[in-house]
Design a protein. Structure first.
Length: 270
């Protein structure tokens, strides 16, 4: 990498290059000849960051086995797990978690769960939820992971977060996920959020309701017209009340209630 012009490339090592390109034999030879697996670029990027961001699972494994720091921070504060989630590589995410990567690293930036939601990788989202990712992790720019999933119109990711107990009315500058769904004019997202208890009358910092952003006509606008004049059914209100009583930590207990399976499916939005 040293022959390339510009400072960005000047400090990259052959280990960085091999990890980025997924050159397994080359990487093996470098490790065996004693090359440093924790070498940093000017931006504090390690070879493990490179391999994770490109979804190079075999390289990730080799680097970890050779002593790569699993929670190394780059200049933005991102860890390799953040990068693996950004790439949507479930295999890399599994490897990093198995080597003790923190699912909730103390970041000022987007968490691994934010990154998975941005990428729309529902499998990564579920994996992170299963190992205890903070559903309310707050990024000053993006808000919560639910805000990200809705802004990017990743319906499956949004549903997984909500089923796991994410706060549907969490606000970022008073803007809720429903405001994002309205701006995206995505009727399916609007329906999903309202079924999980989203407030159609929530006001953002400009005093506007979600429907103010849904345009004239179109399926999303029609959804809002219906929801603004039609209250939720008693069955839906009961479902929300039960889930609220269970709390985020108790969502998994709903499946163990001594009630008919059909009711459990209803309560779990299954």
């Amino acid at each position: 990498g040293r022959s390339r012009a510009g400072t960005f490339w000047a400090d990259r090592t052959p280990v960085h290059e091999a990890a980025r390109r997924g050159e397994i034999r080359q990487l093996q030879q470098l490790i065996e000849s004693g090359a440093c697996v924790n070498a940093l670029t000017y931006d504090s990027i390690t070879p493990l960051h490179e391999a994770s961001l490109r979804g190079q699972a075999q390289c990730v494994k080799m680097l970890l086995d050779a002593g790569a720091q699993v929670d190394a921070r780059n200049i933005d504060g991102s860890t390799p797990l953040c990068d693996a989630c950004a790439s949507g590589s479930v295999e890399c995410v599994r490897l990093l978690l198995a080597h003790g990567a923190k699912v909730n690293p103390p970041l000022y930036t987007a968490s691994p769960l934010h990154e998975a939601c941005m990428n729309g990788s529902s499998e990564c989202v579920q994996l992170l939820i299963d190992v205890g990712a903070n559903l309310e992790a707050h990024d000053c720019h993006f808000g919560t992971p639910l805000h990200v999933a809705c802004a990017r119109q990743h319906l499956r990711c949004a549903k997984l977060l909500l089923q796991a107990g994410a706060q549907v009315n969490a606000a970022k500058l008073h803007e809720t996920a429903l405001h994002h769904a309205a701006k995206a004019r995505c009727a399916a997202l609007v329906r999903l959020l309202v079924e999980f208890g989203a407030d159609v009358n929530a006001r953002d910092n400009r005093g506007r309701k979600p429907s103010d952003y849904s345009g004239n006509g179109g399926a999303a606008a029609r959804c809002f017209q219906f929801y603004e004049r039609t209250p939720l059914s008693l069955a839906q209100l009961c479902r929300l009340a039960v889930r609220r009583a269970a709390g985020q930590r108790g969502q998994h207990k709903i499946s163990k209630l001594q009630i008919p399976p059909r009711l459990i499916r209803f309560l779990s939005y299954d």
